[in-house]
Write a protein that binds this ligand. Structure first.
Ligand code: LLP
Length: 433
């Protein structure tokens, strides 16, 4: 009935998440409120890990892409689940290290890492720095030389795969700001250069073909393309690339229109192809890394709002105004992303309204959805947006100086705050006169 399996309706007709009444959560912690289900997050981690064990003899590591949802509690969960971590800035790295996350299980990404970020990653012993371009390689080698360290790196490669997804989040094709192009020979030249660098250890290659992908095929094709390149490197440069990082991008169910594949189907098919190509080209099976972000976090989250207004524009549309908006969820404004909505205090009732859900920002495009089908909405209702666990809190802003909402984590029927609600003092904290 709901897009996420941890959601249900209780005897009061209220929406529950992880067995907890969301109307009560809204009362206790206030709105807007992000609610994350720790049990479901852990279940997702385990299914990725188990799929690697089952289909690839455990010779791999699932690294949670923390950009999807990053806070100390989340990093601690990843630590406890034995996951690796993909970080993309000093801030994400700092958050992970602050909970004792082992640096050797961290992949550090970014298409323009600053010198201070590179130095920080080196100093902390980050396991794999994913180098995006030749300038970064040079800076990294120089810094490593200066500090007497050797940097373990992977190269980010554009495998030239069209992942049939939203243009904004399609990154494997040649016209992308990320990585080295294969077709032009740029990647091959870069590999030659890395091998020559005194303080660089090229351990592997990385690709990420996009996000919210439902097809297994593009992943399988990307693996094939990358292994063919690994074979070329072995043949022409006599160099063994030991690791292959295939990135993230596994699609999730936001609405009934979405039909994601089970995570282990992905690993099954990719492993099959990796084994086949390695046998054919006589290369050793690489250690495989994957970087699921959305698929770990998104289905585990919902956002709760309080409805403050209902504006009926005859023959045009009905606006429902909530106490949050593009500040806490910019995804509709950015990508016209579709979500399912529920009036949490009327979750057992039929969806009879079709509305536009508007945020409270001073911006016409501040919408959370249009043509949204929902129960009859009235002022004072608690409105829940489902599957908001990824790229919501992490992409939130203080536009209009609106404090960011709290994040509540639920686990085993209990709730706790893992990120405090910002206060008005937080809003002016860094201002100077
Ligand atoms: N690895 C790399 C190198 C990535 O760039 C990304 C996402 C991931 C892993 C995780 O992908 P996932 O499994 O979450 O699809 N803000 C957009 C999504 C941007 C994704 C950026 N990179 C959104 O809200 O849809």
């Amino acid at each position: 009935m709901f897009v996420s399996k941890n959601l249900s309706v209780n005897e009061k007709g209220h929406l529950t998440a992880g067995g907890i009444d969301t109307v009560e959560l809204a009362k206790e912690y206030g709105t807007p409120l992000y609610v994350m289900d720790e049990d479901l997050i852990r279940e997702h981690c385990r299914s990725f890990k188990q799929s690697i064990d089952k289909y690839y003899g455990g010779e791999g590591l699932a690294c949670y892409a923390s950009k999807a949802f990053c806070c100390r509690a989340m990093c601690k969960i990843m630590l406890e689940e034995g996951m690796g971590l993909d970080v993309v800035s000093e801030g994400e790295l700092y958050t992970a290290l602050s909970v004792g996350f082992p640096p050797e299980r961290i992949c550090f990404h970014g298409n323009n890492k600053t010198d201070s970020e590179i130095a920080f990653a080196l100093e902390k012993g980050v396991g794999r720095i994913i180098v995006d371009n030749i300038f970064e390689l040079e800076r990294l080698n120089a810094l490593a030389e200066k500090t007497g360290l050797t940097a373990n790196i992977m190269y980010r490669i554009k495998p030239g795969i069209d992942a049939h997804t939203h243009n904004f989040i399609m990154t494997g094709q040649i016209d992308s700001k990320f990585g080295f192009a294969l077709e032009t020979g740029e990647a091959f030249e870069a590999v030659k250069k890395a091998i020559e660098c005194s303080h660089i250890n090229l351990v592997g290659l990385h690709c990420h073909i996009g996000s919210q992908i439902f097809d297994i095929d593009p992943f399988v094709r990307a693996a094939e393309v990358m292994l063919t390149f690994i074979a070329k490197i072995r043949d022409e440069l006599k160099f063994e690339v030991k690791e292959l990082n295939l990135g993230g991008g596994f699609g999730i169910k936001y609405t009934e229109e979405d039909a994601p594949v089970a995570y282990d189907r992905y690993m099954e098919k990719v492993s099959e192809k990796v084994k086949e190509v390695c046998a054919e080209k006589n290369i050793a099976l690489p250690f495989i890394l994957i970087e699921p972000g959305r698929s770990v976090a998104a289905p585990a989250g919902i956002t709760l709002y309080t409805v403050g207004g209902r504006k009926v524009i005859p023959n045009i549309r009905t606006y429902i105004s909530v106490d949050g908006g593009m500040g806490d969820n910019p995804r509709y404004a950015l990508y016209q992303s579709k979500y399912d909505f529920e009036v949490a205090n009327k979750a057992a009732e039929p969806k009879t309204d079709v509305v536009t859900v508007a945020g409270k920002c001073c911006e016409t495009g501040d919408l959370l959805g249009e043509g949204v089908s929902v129960q009859h909405v009235e002022v004072g209702d608690t409105l829940a947006v489902l599957a908001t666990g990824a790229y919501n809190y992490s992409m939130s802003s203080n536009y209009n100086r609106i404090p960011k909402p709290a994040v509540v984590m639920i686990k085993g029927g209990e709730s706790r705050v893992v990120v405090k609600r910002e206060t008005l003092d937080d809003v002016i904290r860094n201002d100077l006169l």
